[in-house]
Design a protein around this ligand. Structure first.
Ligand code: URA
Length: 206
């Protein structure tokens, strides 16, 4: 498998979907490549497209504040990425074919970073990683085992900016849930199948 740095080089030259033609910068992801916590958003907005970094606009500022206050973590101590790495024009929703084209980058990021906890921000990231069409209101409020770690869905910070105190309070509760999962032992991976010991002499116990 490629390293995270090699994957980033590949993504920065990517033309797998039409979003490539409208981007200023590919927003691959930032943070600690060995982080225990990974945050996954939807896709870059205008500020992120210009900066080449996820969540640098207004919703990013709220996200940084809530993660700091509820989890005691700074941006440099986690890893942040998006489902799609290039900005959809006019901030429209990413299309299924764009999500499908970009999905291998996100899945490789998750495998390479191997975080203990992933917090998915909003409907798109939660649906893509949990492979479901359920909405965020239904998905959030609990944790899910995910690739040897724990996935915690929550609202997108832009929804918290729009929705006010009630949504912010639920997001805070989800981040507390994520903090608890960070401090808990990793969920046990399924036990390997037991293979019977070979018998040299059939009928005679080894
Ligand atoms: N919204 C997202 O989902 N991701 C970003 O990087 C910025 C805004």
């Amino acid at each position: 498998m490629a390293t995270l740095a090699e994957l980033e080089v590949e993504a920065k030259a990517c033309t797998r979907c039409p979003l490539a033609s409208g981007r200023t910068k590919v927003v691959f992801g930032v943070g600690d490549p060995h982080a225990d916590l990974m945050l996954v958003g939807e896709g870059p907005g205008r500020d992120e497209d210009l900066a080449g970094e996820p969540f640098v606009g207004r919703s990013g500022k709220l996200l940084d504040r809530l993660v700091g206050e509820e989890m005691g973590l700074r941006r440099s101590e986690l890893y942040i990425a998006n489902v799609v790495k290039c900005r959809p024009p006019g901030n429209r929703d990413p299309r299924p074919e764009e999500i499908a084209a970009c999905r291998p980058y996100l899945e490789s990021q998750v495998d390479l970073i191997s975080p203990r906890v992933i917090v998915t921000l909003g409907k798109f990231a939660s649906q893509v990683l949990l492979d479901t069409t359920d909405g965020i209101t239904r998905l959030r409020g609990r944790t899910y085992p995910y690739r040897g770690g724990t996935l915690v869905p929550t609202f997108h910070p832009a929804a918290a900016l729009r929705g006010g105190d009630e949504v912010v309070a639920k997001m805070r509760a989800d981040l507390v849930r994520a903090k608890r999962a960070l401090n808990a032992p990793r969920p046990a991976s399924p036990a390997p199948p037991t293979v019977p010991a070979p018998t040299l002499f059939p009928g005679v116990p080894a």
